[in-house]
Write a protein that binds this ligand. Structure first.
Ligand SMILES: NC(=O)C1=CN([C@@H]2O[C@H](COP(=O)(O)OP(=O)(O)OC[C@H]3O[C@@H](n4cnc5c(N)ncnc54)[C@H](OP(=O)(O)O)[C@@H]3O)[C@@H](O)[C@H]2O)C=CC1
Ligand SMILES: CC(=O)N[C@@H](CCC(=O)OP(=O)(O)O)C(=O)O
Length: 325
C-alpha cells in the first residue's frame, strides 16, 4: 500500500525534515509540495540532496481549495497560519499539523505519540506537540502517572538549538554572529508552550499545574533540546528509572538511561532519551529529556503520528540511527 502524501511548508526546517523522512518512507510517496515564497522552485534546487525521483517536483502555491488527491497532508506552517486553511481540507485527507494551531482544538488529537498512542490511532486530525513539550512531557509522564512528583510546582529549564526558531530565525537576532559563543534565555514566564505543558501535566496527574515555570534558552548548536526539570517528591532515582522503564516498556522510540542524556544522542532521529536523579532527603526529583527538535520535536513525531493514524507500524520510516558525532 502506498499513500499519497503532501507537505505544505516544505521549504522550512520542519517541512524539510518531513521531506527527508518521507523520501525514505516505504509506504509514503510525496505527490504534493507547497509553500509561499518558495512556490515555483523545484525541490532539487531547494534540497540538492533530494532523491532524483523527487528533484523535479515543483513547489506549488499553497491553496487548500486546489489540493490534488491526497491521503495524508503534513502542515508545517508558522503558528497562526494553518487553522483557517486546514479547516477547508476534506475530511478524507488525514492531516498532521506540525505547527501550534490545533494543540487544544476540538476534533484534533494531541499527538504525544509515545505516551498515548491509543488516543491517536483511528483519528484523522493530529496536532503534533511543540518541541519543548515533546522533550519535557516525555520525561515527566512516568513520574506524573505514578504520582512520584507533585504536579503543582514543576520547574522546566530547557536548552534548544537554533533551528527551533525556523529558517526566519525568530524574526532576526538568531544569526551566526549573535548566537555563536552566546547563551540567551527568552520567553520568560509566558512562553507559548506553557499552556500546552500545563494542560498535559494536569491530564497525566489529575492535579493542578498552577506553579509551572518554564524557561527556554537558545544555545549555539543547530539541533537538539535538553529539558532539565526540577520537581518535588520523595522518590529515589531507582524509583523513577523503574517507573519510566515500566511506563515505556515496548515503546520503540524512548530510551531510559542511567546516565544523564546528551543532545547529540538524538540528532537526526525520532528518539527521546529520559533519565532521572532524585534525593528523597531534599524531596528533590530531577527529570531530564532529550530530543532532536526537528525529529521527536517536529517531523519525526509527525511521521510517527501519521503511521498511527494510517494503521501502519509505528516505526515505519523512522528506524534510522541518530547521526554521530
Ligand atoms: N523548527 C522547529 O524545531 C519546530 C517547529 N515547529 C513548528 O513548525 C512550524 C514550521 O516551523 P519551521 O519549519 O521551523 O519554520 P520555517 O520558518 O523554517 O518554515 C516556515 C514554512 O512555512 C511556509 N509558509 C509561511 N507562510 C506561508 C503561507 N502563508 N502559505 C504557505 N506557506 C507558508 C514557508 O514557505 P515559503 O518559504 O515557501 O514561504 C516555510 O516553508 C511552525 O509552526 C513551528 O512553530 C514545531 C516544532 C519544532
Ligand atoms: C528557538 C525557538 O525559537 N524555538 C521555538 C520553538 C519551536 C516550536 O516548537 O514551535 P511551535 O510551538 O510554534 O510549533 C520557540 O521557542 O518558540
Amino acid at each position: 500500500m502506498t499513500l499519497r502524501v503532501g507537505i505544505v511548508g516544505i521549504s522550512g526546517f520542519g517541512g524539510g525534515e518531513a521531506l527527508r523522512l518521507i523520501a525514505g518512507h516505504p509506504a509514503f510517496e510525496l505527490t504534493y509540495a507547497a509553500g509561499e515564497g518558495s512556490a515555483g522552485s523545484r525541490l532539487g534546487d531547494r534540497f540538492p540532496g533530494a532523491p532524483a525521483r523527487l528533484a523535479g517536483m515543483v513547489i506549488e502555491t499553497w491553496d487548500p481549495d486546489a489540493l490534488p488527491s491526497l491521503d495524508l497532508l503534513f502542515a508545517s506552517l508558522p503558528t497562526g497560519r494553518s487553522a483557517a486553511a486546514l479547516a477547508r481540507i476534506p475530511g478524507e485527507v488525514k492531516i498532521v499539523d506540525i505547527g501550534g494551531d490545533h494543540r487544544d482544538a476540538e476534533g484534533w488529537a494531541y499527538g504525544l505519540a509515545d505516551v498515548w498512542p491509543d488516543r491517536i490511532k483511528g483519528q484523522t486530525r493530529v496536532a503534533n506537540p511543540g518541541c519543548f513539550p515533546a522533550a519535557a512531557l516525555t520525561a515527566l509522564a512516568p513520574l506524573l502517572a505514578n504520582s512520584l512528583v507533585a504536579p503543582g510546582n514543576i520547574v522546566i529549564d530547557a536548552k534548544t538549538g537554533i533551528s527551533g526558531a525556523g529558517r526566519g530565525g525568530g524574526g532576526g537576532g538568531f544569526g551566526y554572529a549573535e548566537s555563536n559563543e552566546n547563551l540567551v534565555p527568552y520567553g520568560l514566564l509566558q512562553h507559548v508552550h506553557m499552556p500546552e505543558m500545563a494542560r498535559t501535566i494536569e491530564q497525566l496527574s489529575d492535579g493542578s499545574a498552577a506553579g509551572l515555570v518554564f524557561t527556554p534558552h537558545l544555545v549555539p548548536m543547530t539541533r537538539g533540546i535538553l529539558a532539565t526539570i526540577y520537581c518535588r517528591g520523595r522518590a529515589t532515582t531507582q524509583d523513577c528509572l523503574e517507573a519510566a522503564r515500566r511506563f515505556y516498556a515496548g515503546r520503540p522510540f524512548i530510551r531510559v538511561t542511567d546516565k544523564p542524556p546528551q543532545t547529540k544522542w538524538a540528532t537526526g532521529s525520532n528518539l527521546a532519551f529520559v533519565s532521572y536523579a532524585a534525593d528523597p532527603t531534599r524531596e528533590l526529583v530531577m527529570a531530564m529529556g532529550v530530543v532532536d527538535n526537528l525529529g521527536k520535536g517536529a517531523a519525526g513525531q509527525a511521521v510517527q503520528n501519521a503511521n498511527l493514524i494510517c494503521g501502519l507500524p509505528e516505526t515505519l520510516g523512522l528506524e534510522g540511527m541518530p547521526v554521530w558525532p
